[in-house]
Ligand binder design. Structure first.
Ligand SMILES: Cc1ncc(COP(=O)(O)O)c(C=O)c1O
Length: 378
């Protein structure tokens, strides 16, 4: 008889990450491909973070500080949250997994707005929980009333990615006020803020920490992968209410973040220059891409992140290899519930022009299902 994984594991479909540049180049025999598929920082890592990571390699023969004392202290000083309410994770993906493992038993529910970041689906599946997707409002904003109506005695967690990947949509101040006012006390709210540093410039983008301070059961998840450019080091953090933090800490691996990652994160946290350059670039290039794609009649969803969800009139999956063989790696969204869409990470201006040039070539060849009468890229 063959070994049999747990029933929950048998049902799991693994998370499919963006394809590495090297793999795509080898497949098509090309060089110089650009990857606009994983919402990374087009400007690269924070230089301060990178230098600190390199310096920290001198002590990689030692186990890291398992509780990340200095990084937690730095985060505590920056955001005014007590250190014992701060946890580190191997990316915020791990923190998603930790909070679900800490609270969800087989058969218990996690309620989310439909189209939420896919790792939630994976994490709930691993735990054997029931993943309940509540339809969103037009424009993909979470429908708070519908979410609250769906929460029941079996619901352990409600998660909202704010803004969400891939839709770019966000819950406003008013949305989260309504949400926390109506959320029963037995439920943990997980607010995933991977794009917080980009999103906070929107005037009605809410301060999720305020709800934690007000006594609600919350975990707010953030990451050094996006604006700080440290995705390869795998480091994220959570702010959580005391009881939630203590439960999460119990299921966390003792050495879940490395010493170079911790050192890089401390340095990157004070690299305001890199953050500002990134924000400025992303703001301008996101608007440029959205305008160019809209001119070409693709549907572009407004986004507070460093990416855009773009919809064609036809399924994107068969078109994806056409972009890839021309050296532009995009992320098809069929597996995330958006069969006509791809997610486009905002790149450097030249990378974005390269994407548009390939888009135009395929458009002219009638491969995108769009009418070809379009202006050329700038
Ligand atoms: C909404 C959201 N949450 C979490 C993550 C995970 O990021 P990381 O594990 O690199 O911190 C991502 C990454 O794309 C994301 O888009």
């Amino acid at each position: 008889m063959k070994p049999s994984p747990r029933p929950a594991v048998r049902k799991l479909a693994p998370y499919v990450p963006g394809r590495p540049i090297e793999e795509v180049e080898a497949q098509y025999g090309i060089t110089g491909a650009v990857k606009l598929a994983s919402n990374e920082n087009p400007l690269g890592p924070s230089p301060k973070g990178m230098a600190a990571a390199v310096a920290a390699t001198a002590s990689i023969h030692l186990y890291p500080d398992g509780s990340g004392t200095f990084l937690r202290r730095a985060l505590s000083e920056r955001f005014g949250v007590p250190p014992d309410q701060i946890l580190l994770g191997s990316g915020s993906c791990e923190l998603i997994d930790i909070v679900i493992r800490a609270f969800v038993d087989p058969g218990e529910e996690v309620v989310v707005p439909a189209g939420i970041f896919r790792m939630f689906h994976v994490a709930v599946g691993r735990a054997g929980g029931t993943f309940v997707e509540v339809p969103t409002r037009p424009g993909h904003q979470p429908d708070i009333g519908a979410i609250l109506r769906r929460v029941g005695p079996q619901t352990k967690v409600v998660a909202i990615a704010n803004p969400n990947n891939p839709t770019g949509a966000y819950a406003t101040n008013a949305d989260l006020d309504e949400f926390f006012a109506g959320l029963p006390e037995h439920v943990v709210a997980v607010i995933d803020e991977a794009y917080f540093e980009f999103a906070k410039e929107a005037p009605d983008y809410p301060d999720a920490l305020g709800y934690m301070t007000a006594g609600h059961n919350v975990a707010v998840l953030r990451t050094f992968s996006k604006i700080y450019g440290l995705a390869g080091l795998r480091i994220g953090y959570a702010f959580a209410s005391p009881d939630v933090a203590s439960a999460m800490n119990k299921v966390r691996e003792p050495f879940n973040t490395t010493s170079p990652a911790q050192a890089a994160a401390i340095a990157a946290l004070s690299d305001e220059e890199h953050c500002e350059r990134t924000r400025t670039l992303v703001r301008a290039e996101r608007a440029f891409l959205a305008a160019e794609l809209t001119k070409r009649r693709a549907v572009v969803h407004p986004s507070l992140g460093n990416f855009l969800l773009v919809e064609l009139p036809i399924p994107f999956a068969p078109v994806e290899p056409e972009f890839a063989r021309r050296g532009v790696i995009l992320r098809p969204m069929a597996g995330w519930g958006f069969p006509l869409a791809f997610r486009l990470s905002v790149g450097l201006h030249d990378e974005n022009l390269r994407f548009l040039a390939v888009f135009d070539e395929l458009l002219a060849a009638g491969r995108l299902g769009l009418a070809p009468a379009t202006p050329p890229a700038e």
